[in-house]
Ligand binder design. Structure first.
Ligand code: LIP
Length: 351
């Protein structure tokens, strides 16, 4: 397990990532028992993408540090939420789709601070999203002020603020913070992904198990699924039938996966897959703000994101169709995706 102390990460990044051509060296206080910390600082493509937008790695690092500071302040707001306002949560699409006054309060704070520091960047937030808005190629902050609002309103400690920065519609920074567990997940493209336990300040490089356990098939997987809040029609039939097929004993034609888990926060599901405590997460219907932060973290932790629907290995961030798979050998990741796609046959989510 790779372990860093919080100040070490900052030193590590600022020492080595001063400009877009800086080489990325392992810090002397980085202690890993199996994975070297030497990650290439930049790929040629990424250097070009940054240059196209007039950015340097130092700009990404500054955005990342600010996003962390903001996420921690959002966490303080979440921790101090008052019961009377939580139970007064309003409904959005239906009674299982909630919004509290804290969602709007946090998003307002996030937008103000990010726009002040990076006035030329775009901003897309769950609570202020206007239907039909499309993500631009320009640098854009994406914010889900509280992912897992239902959990939050009920006091289930599995919810988080999720922030991302996208470039060319791809997530390049992710910050996901669950203040109830003190779990801060962070990543910058080509700089690795980390889990910091804020109670102790100890940081771990993700995935926690750098040499991944074999993942021969869905049978070996603990699979994250969510139920969503659309509970009728073809999408619902497909969702529930796949959940059943995942669980069913192979003697009756199912995948007989270890089990399924529904955590109530897509952002955290992505982070748990990045961490390696869950093996994969199959989901259709959530939105770009639910997944953008976790996606950046998962990719930096060696995971992949395919589509929830068969055939698409390069799903759009805004496409609402995701199958996130943890760090593993490439052929094992591919086999698990294809096994699940095979279970779907001709059926597809339509969002
Ligand atoms: C929630 C998701 C969750 C999904 C819910 C909802 P919110 O996001 O993260 O996984 O099942 O339907 O969309 O609304 O709490 O930000």
């Amino acid at each position: 397990m790779a372990l860093l102390t919080a100040p070490s990460i900052t030193t590590f990044l600022t020492k080595t990532m001063g400009d877009s051509t800086a080489s990325y060296q392992s810090s002397s206080d980085y202690s890993s028992n199996s994975t070297p910390a030497t990650t290439p600082s930049t790929t040629p493509d990424f250097v070009l993408a940054l240059a196209k937008h007039g950015l340097k790695v130092t700009n990404l690092n500054a955005a990342h540090d600010l996003m962390i500071a903001i996420a921690k302040d959002a966490g303080t707001i979440m921790l101090s939420a008052e019961h009377e306002f939580l139970i007064a949560a309003a409904t959005k699409n239906n009674t299982s789709d909630l919004v509290t006054q804290y969602d709007s309060q946090i998003e307002g704070m996030v937008e103000d601070r990010l726009r002040t520091a990076f006035p030329s960047f775009g901003f897309l937030g769950e609570e202020t999203f206007k239907h039909g808005t499309k993500l631009a190629d320009a640098p854009t902050f994406i914010c889900d002020p509280i992912d897992g609002t239902l959990n939050f309103s009920k006091g289930v400690p599995n919810c988080a603020i999720s922030l991302a920065l996208t470039l060319d519609k791809k997530p390049v920074i992710g910050v996901v913070f669950n203040p109830f567990r003190g779990d801060l997940y962070t990543a910058i493209k080509n700089q690795g992904a980390f889990l910091t336990k804020t109670a102790t300040g100890t940081s771990y490089k993700l995935p926690l198990q750098p040499v991944p356990a074999p993942m021969s098939s869905l049978r070996s997987c603990l699979v994250a699924v969510e139920w969503g809040n659309q509970r009728k029609g073809a999408n619902w039939d497909l969702r529930t039938s796949i959940h059943k097929q995942l669980l069913t004993d192979s003697e009756e034609g199912g995948a007989f996966c270890k089990s399924v888990r529904s955590n109530g926060s897509a952002a955290l599901d992505f982070c748990y897959v990045a961490q390696g405590i869950l093996d994969c997460f199959w989901e259709g219907g959530v939105w770009v703000w639910d997944v953008a932060g976790g996606w950046a973290i998962l990719e930096e932790a060696g995971g992949i994101v395919a589509s929830a629907n068969p055939g698409d290995w390069d799903p759009a961030l805004e496409g609402r169709l995701y199958f996130a798979v943890r760090h593993a050998k490439r052929d094992e990741q591919k086999a698990v995706v294809e096994e699940l796609w095979g279970m779907m046959g001709e059926r597809k989510f339509v969002y």
